[in-house]
Design a protein around this ligand. Structure first.
Ligand code: FES
Length: 593
């Protein structure tokens, strides 16, 4: 409904709209108005159907209700109310007849439909309706609503969806949300919308009701909460952990929100201690999901994140697992025996301190070899030596990227395993920040175990300090080089894209720019959403690993991964249509031209 402050403008003469007739009038570049004469009374509405933009002047009017001719959504002509799901209400305008002319009241275009569009997005999430999600986000963005506010709707929905419908594997949805938000920040316009809509779509699904969980009756101390959570984690009692965590949440009115958040972060440390425990060896998603939950809290604060974090965190810490078989039991015992009682871990990025005379290549070879004992001994040795942990993490990341850059692609390249290695290695930085020394030490063993589990990939070990094989790029300048590489990704040319990226980087062209453009290609493909967490990791690591001889393998690996898993389909359709819809440029224009 238009506001009281509408400014009246003349749009037609009454004679131009006879009883039963309709007329479309273009107000400006973004708006077309539909005029309807129903039994002598004139109604004015937006001509763009709120569902997908078909012109309503082509619809059918009965009993004061217009029914769109495309998918049959119906709207009350007087107030604009929609009678079906999947679209919001229709914008209407007050009408006055002055001396045989039709005048309508038009609002001064402040964005007046924000609440409706937030609701529309929520509806799309509940119904897993891809179009409604993209349209809602497109409209909100066009209205100037910040991305963070849009993401909050997705987070709130995801929290309820996970608590009522999801298990520990729902960590994948959290990963898509937080990494989609990070990637969206790198882009504008259509690319940003694709990234955000993809992140939102990953959170979609049914969300049921449940009673709020009451805090435990007093007396309850933090020490008691810590002890109980550890016991419940061992006993696979996720609900007990969740109730303890919700009891521990602090919202002290005397403190600022930031101070309360900082105090509540001890919950993340406690959860980390549980999910990184030795009995979770072989559950790499425990650590990657935990890292994503920490980033959710950092992005949105505890108040908005608590339902998701306490529920999913408890499900990860208390997840069901069978008794480990002999082989895994031996690995767990080895891990325990090699972990120093009080690991000395420096949690700041120590530059330029590196491997301090120790052999990084020998460490990487032990991790990538097929002997779990040697791999664990290598981790135990760096822990004992007190090497700067960030350098050890760098090595894990570089090793994972190097394996992505060199995995054979003829049969099974092992992309799920390889990207798990990379994202798990990257998540070590968050484990270090939130979990403390013991958690970081355990997490290094978990990561080493993931590489060991992937020994079937048979990727020969290579020295990370050796120069890479020279590349092959036909193009002679940066822009053509990017086009050549992106063209290979689009053409699924996984055999040539690696040498092309190496050739591009050998020539001294900008890796940052190449990464940005490869990201655009990835976002626009059907497979883009599954690559987004890895893309986000590579965006971060490309900056962090400046100066490392093997850094280029991050981009080589990404290009090969994208080219190999791509389905060669363009998935930007929804985003493009949603953008045009939000700008008022959809089928209305097509029909009025
Ligand atoms: S019902 Fe109008 S465009 Fe779909």
């Amino acid at each position: 409904m238009a506001s009281q402050k509408a400014e009246f403008i003349k749009v037609a003469t009454a004679a131009e709209i006879p009883p039963g007739g309709t007329r479309a009038v273009k107000l400006d570049e973004r708006r077309s108005v539909a005029l309807f004469n129903v039994d002598g009374r004139i109604y004015a509405t937006n001509n763009q159907c709120p569902h997908m933009g078909y012109p309503l002047t082509r619809g059918t009017v009965r009993h004061g209700v217009v029914t769109c001719d495309w998918h049959g959504r119906s709207f009350d002509l007087a107030g604009g109310g929609c009678f079906m799901p999947g679209c919001d209400d229709l914008e209407t305008f007050p009408v006055e007849l002055r001396n045989g002319d039709v005048w309508i009241g038009v609002e001064n275009r402040a964005y007046a439909r924000k609440d409706q569009h937030l609701r529309l997005l929520w509806e799309g999430l509940l119904r897993s309706d891809e179009w409604t999600i993209a349209k809602g986000i497109g409209l909100l963005q066009a209205g100037g609503v910040p991305d963070g506010e849009i993401a909050q709707v997705c987070l709130r929905h995801l929290g309820r969806h996970v608590t009522t419908e999801g298990g520990p594997e729902a960590g994948g949805k959290v990963s898509s949300l937080i990494n989609g938000i990070k990637v969206a920040r790198k882009y504008e316009g259509e690319d940003k919308l694709i990234a955000l809509a993809g992140a939102a779509r990953a959170t979609a699904g049914e969300a049921g009701q449940r009673q709020p969980i009451k805090p435990l009756p007093p007396p309850v101390t933090w020490e008691k909460i810590e002890g109980l959570c550890r016991v419940f984690s061992r006993d696979r009692m996720a609900p007990g952990i969740e109730r303890c965590l919700l009891t521990a949440l602090q919202n002290d009115q005397r403190l600022t929100a930031r101070e309360n958040d900082e105090n509540n972060d001890r919950i993340l440390t406690l959860l980390y201690q549980c999910v990184a425990d030795d009995h979770f060896l072989g559950f790499p998603d425990n650590l990657t999901s935990m890292a994503n939950l920490c980033q959710i809290v950092s992005e949105f604060g505890w108040e908005r994140s608590q339902e998701l974090v306490c529920n999913l965190g408890a499900k990860l810490a208390g997840r069901r697992r069978s008794e480990p078989q002999l082989f895994l039991r031996v690995a767990i015992e080895t891990m325990k025996s090699l972990t120093p009682a009080s690991p000395e871990i420096e949690d700041v990025r120590a530059q330029p301190a590196g491997w301090q005379g120790r052999d990084e290549d020998a460490f990487a070879a032990a991790i990538a070899g097929a002997d779990v004992k040697k791999a664990f001994e290598a981790v135990g040795a760096v822990l004992k030596a007190g090497l700067p942990v960030e350098r050890v993490i760098d090595t894990f990341v570089l090793l994972a990227a190097d394996r992505m850059a060199r995995t054979p692609v003829n049969v099974n390249s092992g992309w799920p395993e390889l990207t798990t290695e990379l994202n798990l290695s990257v998540s070590l930085r968050t484990a270090c920040k939130y979990g403390g020394a013991r958690v970081t030490a355990n997490a290094l063993f978990h990561t080493a175990y993931q590489f060991f589990q992937d020994r079937w990939l048979n990727i020969p070990v290579r020295s990370l300090s050796d120069a890479l094989e020279p590349g092959r790029l036909a193009a002679g300048d940066e822009t053509s080089g990017i086009a050549e590489i992106c063209g290979s990704i689009q053409a699924l040319d996984v055999h040539n894209v690696g040498p092309q990226v190496r050739g591009y980087l050998d020539a001294g062209f900008s890796g940052q720019r190449l990464l940005h453009e490869m990201g655009r290609v990835i976002l626009k493909d059907d497979t883009g959403q599954s690559i987004v967490p890895t893309l986000a990791s590579i965006f971060e690591e490309w900056e962090l690993l400046k100066g490392q001889p093997s850094r280029n393998q991050l981009l080589v690996g990404l290009a090969r991964y994208a080219a190999d898993v791509r389905r060669n389909k363009n998935s930007q359709g929804f985003a493009q249509t949603a953008l045009r819809f939000a700008e008022g440029r959809t089928t209305v224009d097509v029909f009025e031209k």
